[in-house]
Design a binder for this molecule. Structure first.
Ligand code: PHE
Length: 419
């Protein structure tokens, strides 16, 4: 793939040029990841999980002429419009998920997708009734062992016509998908019949339960009600992992308005989006999300199995010792800036730490938040844990990076160091 870079006036991403504006916030470190496509690299653990999911869907869901029911898409560009990422999914203007602080914008109208759901409407509009879609997604976020600003998702969508949904039901011909004058309730949308929704919901949950038990063998799962603007009802699936419940996917019955505008208004559908790293971490007991980006043979060679169904016994690489360093500063005077944006957000600092410290940074946490009793000025203290995945870091090396972070915090975020 052509290199992606950010220049004075424009960002070049995957061979295309995007003019900068006041929303542009992608960084060179993030652009380095665009085009890596870990999910398409043979024998990478994310590729392996993707292949296992494909194999499961290919063998379990077969069309009337013996063809696989679900088509697979794993090469869609991560550069999408805000219309695809938000509007097409009924996410209203001003919704908190659009915040500049949470996303990577190339400019006001173009961004790195924050979820694979960004492609739902386009693929439905192109006529597909059942598809899987894998891709890299980008979110500005906190920094720790299970959060990284780039991760991978697998989206699944399945639509049903009246005949497809009710054909297995006795006297199904008398049932309908839609009703007029209905009410939205916790169980269904206003235009759906309860019987149609319950069948779709049942098919969704069964599909995902079977997928997870195929991947994990017998394991405990549970369903939790939740909210997405583009599905109703909506659910999260959690799996039991080392004694804790861990969220691995979001899903639900697709909002009918979305299907109507994608030209599939005569059908009902379900959709899900699952996090591939989360699944891989549970499946192979991978302790740190940065390992997915590692080029270390000791990591990668463990996934080079002959057959994708062969079990992988992952040997945890011994972790090298961590070093930590604190940084304290006064925040810029708390008022909103002209653009109506917060003058300092914690994510801005996390982003800055990442863009300088890269993968040396394991975790950043706010350890003290202090307001001066007289002046009202606020100060933050963050602890940065440095650790290399493949070797032991020296104090000196860490000190150099830490000082660069201190300097950049003052010059770029307008904070005043208490170093
Ligand atoms: N896109 C949602 C997320 O990233 C997950 C999701 C996909 C939810 C499809 C419902 C339907 O959190």
């Amino acid at each position: 793939a052509p290199q992606s870079v950010i220049g004075q006036d424009s960002a070049q991403v995957l061979g295309q040029s995007y003019p900068r504006d006041d929303f542009t916030n992608v960084t060179p470190k993030i652009l380095e990841k665009v085009g890596r496509n870990l999910h398409n690299q043979s024998h990478h653990p994310l590729w392996l999980i993707k292949e296992r999911i494909k194999a499961h869907f290919y063998s379990s869901y077969i069309g009337r002429s013996g063809n696989p029911l679900f088509s697979i898409h794993d090469n869609l560009s991560p550069v999408v419009t805000t219309e695809q990422n938000f509007d097409s999914l009924l996410i209203p203007p001003g919704h908190p998920s659009r915040k500049r602080g949470d996303n990577y914008y190339l400019n006001r109208t173009t961004m790195l997708r924050a979820h694979t759901s960004a492609h739902q409407t386009d693929l439905v509009r192109s006529g597909l009734d059942a598809f899987l879609l894998a891709g890299d997604v980008y979110r500005r976020d906190e920094i720790d062992a299970s959060h990284y600003p780039v991760f991978h998702q697998m989206e699944g969508v399945r639509l049903f016509s009246n005949r497809q949904l009710f054909s297995r039901v006795q006297n199904g011909g008398e049932l309908s998908l839609f009703e007029r004058g209905g009410r939205r309730s916790p169980e269904k949308q206003e235009t759906h019949t309860l019987e149609a929704v319950k069948l779709v919901e049942f098919d969704l949950k069964r599909t995902l339960t079977q997928l997870v038990s195929y991947l994990f063998g017998a394991g405990e799962i549970r369903w939790v009600d939740c909210y997405f603007p583009f599905t109703h009802p909506s659910f999260e699936m959690e799996v039991r992992f080392q004694g804790n419940w861990m969220e691995v996917l979001g899903c639900g019955v697709m909002e009918q308005e979305l299907l109507n505008s994608a030209g599939a208004g005569d059908k009902l559908g379900w959709a899900f989006g699952l996090g591939l790293e989360r699944l891989a971490m549970v499946l192979y007991s991978i302790p740190d999300i940065r390992l997915f980006w590692s080029q270390d043979e000791r990591f990668l060679k463990q996934f080079r199995v002959q057959d994708i169904h062969q079990p992988v016994c992952f040997q945890t690489l011994s972790k090298y010792p961590p070093l930590h360093n604190d940084i304290s500063f006064w925040l810029p005077n708390g008022k909103e800036s002209e653009a109506g944006r917060e003058s300092f957000t914690e994510n801005d600092f996390y982003e800055l730490v990442r863009s300088i410290g890269g993968d040396l940074v394991e975790k950043v946490s706010l350890v003290d938040n202090f307001t001066h009793p007289k002046t009202g000025r606020r100060s933050h203290c963050y602890r940065i844990i440095y650790r290399h995945m493949e070797r032991t870091l020296t104090q000196q090396e860490v000190q150099r990076v830490h000082q660069q972070i201190e300097q950049a915090a003052e010059s770029e975020l307008g904070v005043q160091g208490r170093f």
